[in-house]
Design a protein around this ligand. Structure first.
Ligand code: GLU
Length: 309
């Protein structure tokens, strides 16, 4: 890494640290409400194998909706373009867990990165298998991408999500009523809650996202994880739909595809350059990490990394 990139990370972290104290930790999942809002981590994974970390970059956190990017990749591998019969590719312009559009759009969620769309994607990924086997496949995939066998599901978080999961169950039942679910609701949400409850550090997550920056190929293992055209399209969906109802704002400020989770993590892809993961648990009103987005905005600006070059 050049000294420049290191100093951009340092500057980004200083500016992000000034935001600590603002925003709110997600509390609708009780296990997430306990997290210290003052945490701040940043990791940049480069294709040459180096990972440059700063702050709380080695502390595992709940990746939540960031998992949706990886299950999308797995579902596309498993069922191919047929996935798009179950879920769309349009920004939703509404909250991540909204029921409203499902009613008017006959049970086909707008995109795979809102809750309903991720539940539909997980349903397709299950593809007739047992839920436990699929949850295991997802964790194994994250371990392989992170190059770290220590990646685990946090079962306290998974349990807490299930206990408070009435709205996600409602989304699943709604889709079922429209014939857009092929497995029992409990099987599907059981996998969904576990994928959201995977705990990873910024270092692991940045490393895991690198295949999306490298045309679908994991530069560490040499494996083609998804075809290049699929990696581009996953990035396109992240760009348009990755941050709930502030996806446009994120694209404007950061200019790179990304995905937020309500655990305070954001994965951000700089095609051809690298993969960045940030974590800070206090969220803005739409559910994106407040300090995390500031760190990404300043890093991308200083490094001159943008898909609009
Ligand atoms: N597991 C969370 C939920 O279903 C994910 C939300 C998020 O990170 O956007 O509500």
């Amino acid at each position: 890494m050049t000294d420049d990139l290191r100093s951009h990370i340092d500057e980004a972290m200083t500016l992000a640290a000034a935001q600590l104290g603002k925003g709110r930790v997600a509390d609708y999942i009780p296990a997430l409400a306990k997290v210290d809002p003052a945490k701040l981590g940043f990791a940049l994974a480069l294709p040459d194998g180096t990972v440059h970390a700063s702050g709380d970059a080695d502390e595992p956190f709940s990746i939540q909706s960031v998992s949706k990017v990886f299950t999308l990749a797995l579902a596309l591998r498993r069922v191919g373009s047929d996935l798009w019969t179950s879920v769309g590719r349009e920004p939703s312009g509404s909250a991540f867990n909204s029921v409203v559009q499902l009613e008017s759009e006959q049970g086909i969620p707008r995109n795979p990165l809102i809750n309903a769309g991720a539940i539909a994607t997980t349903d397709r990924l299950i593809d007739g298998r047992a839920g436990d086997a699929v949850a295991e496949e997802i964790v194994d995939f994250m371990r392989a991408r992170a190059g770290d066998d220590r990646v685990e599901i946090d079962f306290d978080v998974a349990f807490s999500e299930s206990e408070t999961g009435a709205r996600n169950r409602s989304l699943a039942h709604f889709m079922d009523a429209f014939g857009n679910l092929t497995h029992p609701v409990e099987t599907v949400v059981g996998v969904y809650f576990r994928q959201c409850a995977i705990a990873m550090s910024c270092r692991q997550l940045a490393r895991a996202g690198l295949f999306l920056a490298m045309e679908g190929r994991d530069p560490f293992t040499g494996e083609q994880i998804v075809e290049a055209h699929r990696a581009r399209r996953i990035n396109a969906i992240m760009m348009l739909c990755g941050h709930y109802d502030n996806s446009g704002e994120f694209a404007f400020r950061v200019g790179l595809p990304g995905k937020s989770g309500v655990g305070g993590g954001i994965l951000c892809i700089a095609p051809g350059q690298g993969s960045i993961a940030v974590w800070s648990p206090a969220l803005n009103e739409a559910g994106t990490s407040l300090a995390g987005a500031v760190a990404l905005e300043h890093f991308a600006y200083a490094a001159g990394w943008s898909v609009f070059d």
